[in-house]
Design a protein around this ligand. Structure first.
Ligand SMILES: C[S@@+](CC[C@H](N)C(=O)[O-])C[C@H]1O[C@@H](n2cnc3c(N)ncnc32)[C@H](O)[C@@H]1O
Length: 239
């Protein structure tokens, strides 16, 4: 059993309401990560989907709207409350830690596991990837997003480009008091090799780019995020 502490719980409890209110209108979420993830989730009607680290339910609500049967969990109780409001009873939601085994999830229960910008906060991916593999049906898909190793390296400036390292940033973009958000910087090999070891076959990697609508809204941010990748989307199949 993993002894990992949830490093980002306090930060996301503090940020939950602001994140829920604003993320869809932010360049990084609404104009880069949301469209990039959704571009890989086009045919979900009738699928049983687990959204791991669901936050305030943006993706869960989208998937339920498209006809998926959605289950979501998050470490932050406030995020789960907000996800409940956003999905209006259409999703099964509960508090759980990605870094721990989750017995409430049945073996081979899901056709698809999604996870947006959440697994970054877990140092050792062995437990969450084993969970994803256990709960997926044979041939089921895992679609998740993370901070792009290159963008994260330039942003956090860790001591070295190699190895998983604890880093932190002050989030000022959601209004109110700045919140210190701890995270793990993780290079490419520390993403792909754990996936392969857990029995996944990587099918696609996307360096997420901003959608053209951001050019209208904020040309400077559009130019900045068109130069350097911020997020990476991974599509993998349970082998
Ligand atoms: C950047 S937010 C993303 C939320 C949501 N997936 C989205 O895209 O809007 C990161 C989320 O990961 C959750 N999280 C962080 N560490 C976690 C852990 N160990 N287990 C489960 N969720 C975690 C946070 O509470 C937060 O809701």
């Amino acid at each position: 059993m993993s002894e990992e502490k949830p490093i980002a719980l306090r930060a996301y409890e503090a940020l939950a309401d602001r994140y829920s209110a604003l993320a869809e209108s932010k360049a990084e979420n609404g104009y880069i990560e949301h469209p990039a993830m959704r571009s890989q989730l086009t045919d979900v009607a009738g699928l049983s989907v687990l959204d791991a680290g669901c936050g305030p339910g943006f993706l869960g609500a989208y998937l339920a709207e498209k006809g998926a049967k959605v289950t979501g969990f998050d470490i932050s109780p406030r995020m789960i409350e907000l996800a409940g409001k956003r999905t209006a009873g259409a999703a099964r939601l509960f508090v759980a830690d990605l870094a721990k085994e989750i017995p409430a999830l049945g073996a081979e229960e899901f056709d698809l596991v999604t996870s947006s910008l959440a697994i970054d906060y877990v140092k050792d991916w062995t437990v969450p990837l084993n969970t994803f593999r256990r709960v997926l049906k044979p041939g089921g898909k895992l679609v998740f997003s993370v901070q792009h190793p290159l963008g994260a390296y330039l942003w956090y400036k860790p001591a070295s480009a190699f190895g998983v390292q604890l880093v932190e940033a002050q989030w000022r973009g959601f209004g109110g008091e700045p919140v210190t958000v701890p995270d793990y910087y993780r290079p490419f090999e520390e993403m792909i090799n754990p996936l392969v070891s857990a029995g996944f076959v990587v099918e696609k990697i996307l360096d997420a780019k901003p959608v053209p609508a951001l050019m209208e809204k904020d040309p400077e941010l559009f130019a900045k995020y068109s130069r350097t990748p911020t997020f990476m989307i991974v599509v993998a199949k349970r082998g």
